[in-house]
Write a protein that binds this ligand. Sequence first.
Ligand SMILES: Cc1cc2nc3c(=O)[nH]c(=O)nc-3n(C[C@H](O)[C@H](O)[C@H](O)COP(=O)(O)O)c2cc1C
Length: 192
Amino acid sequence: MRPIKILAIVGSLRKDSYNRQLALLAKEIVGDRAEFEILDYSDVPLLNQDIENPPPEPVRRVREAVKSADGIWFFTPEYNHFFPGVLKNLLDWLSLPVGKEAPAIVKKPAAISGTTIGMHATACAQDHLVTLISYLDMDVMNKPRLTIPYIQEQLDSEGRVTLSKSRRYLERQADAFLAFVRKRVGDAGHEA
Ligand SMILES: Cc1cc2nc3c(=O)[nH]c(=O)nc-3n(C[C@H](O)[C@H](O)[C@H](O)COP(=O)(O)O)c2cc1C
């Protein structure tokens, strides 16, 4: 009997990233209903097949983190209507099989949220991300997805994300994703 584990992957390496703050708020909302960790992948190198085998230590670490998670929750900004290159680089590493083992992300339940300072609210970036992670055979929860525009309108005086207008949507997505993951974990014969 173990609690489910959610691994959050933030598509921004920025220290004060709004998307990272969104992930932290999601962690708070999830509370004791699941373990919730934000993946640190800032040290994962740019993929170069010359260094694919043996994989660099940071790559081993992120693979293990993904392998031990029951669900992956993406929080991504939008760069030029796409998701950021750092996230693509991470997913490329995670897409590689390890020996005869399938890549750790195959069949992993996935949810997507995102926020920007613009009006498109990461919708374009999320569509591109869904195309990629569907190709990688992740188990994507398409409804609900969360897109929050104009995040600068939901900050406190110190620039921290308050989510004063959008918190209920994050709560709904957290409820939906926990149910989605529990069903998958239950179907696989573990504790639901
Ligand atoms: C290279 C680049 C491209 C961007 N393109 C978009 C865009 O297409 N749409 C948008 O809404 N915001 C865009 N932005 C602004 C980001 O939404 C904003 O920087 C946001 O704060 C990034 O997320 P973060 O706070 O999690 O780092 C772009 C920012 C950068 C650096």
